[in-house]
Write a protein of this length. Structure first.
Length: 252
């Protein structure tokens, strides 16, 4: 698998990055399957510097906050109104209510909503297949219905936390993963609210308990310095640790 960071800014797009969007690619049949993990505010423009939008095979949302899903509206427009003609439908996976949420975001009726462009599929707790990927979800500790995604291909595993505070479900889904893409939205030592996000040291502790090879910290809001988050996390994880940046590409 190849993971490319399209956008990694937390909560809002930042001056140097769109909000959350990660491109995951793997061989499939005679070609390559491309899965988007989230498609947050500002990400659709940056995505076009990496791939042709027509080549996207599916989208999977961790949750339905704007910084993780809103640019599906722009993707809907291009798929529906491109001068070369309608692009057909691709699967979009997400929490219950995802189809209605996206229709509301674009201010259209939920019936038919975006159903001609996207085949919406809701998470139900079961493992499922997207192209060459096996995907498992787990509910996270966040104010809305939010999920971590565990994606496996050819014996290698990526876990993307989405947004979550520390919780037993996050520990469970990360166990034995090769690469963890974990949010680190809070600075250690601040008066951080509960049940919302991770600090760098908390993310590093999860990676250590999981026995992960690599940890990538992401979702740092633009009002914090990512290097500070990384410096706080590094002493708590003995493996490879890095800060997500737009354009960062990793082979898993």
């Amino acid at each position: 698998m190849r993971l490319t960071v399209v956008g990694c800014s937390g909560s809002i797009p930042g001056p140097d990055s769109p909000a959350s969007c990660y491109l995951l690619e793997a061989p499939y049949g005679a070609g390559v399957f491309r899965l988007l993990l989230d498609l947050g505010s500002g990400a659709l423009g940056a995505l076009q510097t990496h791939v042709d939008l027509r080549s996207i095979g599916a989208v999977a949302f961790t949750h339905l906050h704007a910084d993780h899903c809103l640019d599906l509206c722009g993707f809907y427009v291009v798929r529906r109104h491109h001068p070369d003609g309608h692009w057909g439908s691709i699967p979009v996976y997400g929490p219950p209510g995802v189809a209605a949420r996206m229709a509301a975001a674009y201010h259209i009726s939920p019936d038919p909503g975006m159903s001609a462009e996207f085949e919406f599929r809701e998470y139900d707790g079961r493992q499922f297949t997207i192209g060459p990927f096996q995907v498992t979800t787990a509910g996270m500790d966040h104010p809305v219905d939010a999920y971590a995604l565990r994606v496996t291909h050819d014996g290698r595993t990526l876990v993307y936390s989405g947004d979550s505070a520390p919780c037993t479900a996050l520990d469970a889904i990360t166990e034995g993963a090769d690469l963890l893409l974990l949010e680190a939205s809070f600075l250690e030592g601040e008066d951080n609210p509960e049940h919302l996000h991770l600090t760098g040291p908390e993310a590093a502790g999860i990676a250590t308990r999981a026995g992960a090879e690599r940890l990538v910290l992401t979702h740092v809001p633009p009002w914090y310095d990512g290097e500070t988050v990384l410096a706080q996390a590094a002493p708590h994880f003995a493996g490879s640790i890095a800060l997500a940046r737009p354009g960062l590409a990793l082979t898993i």
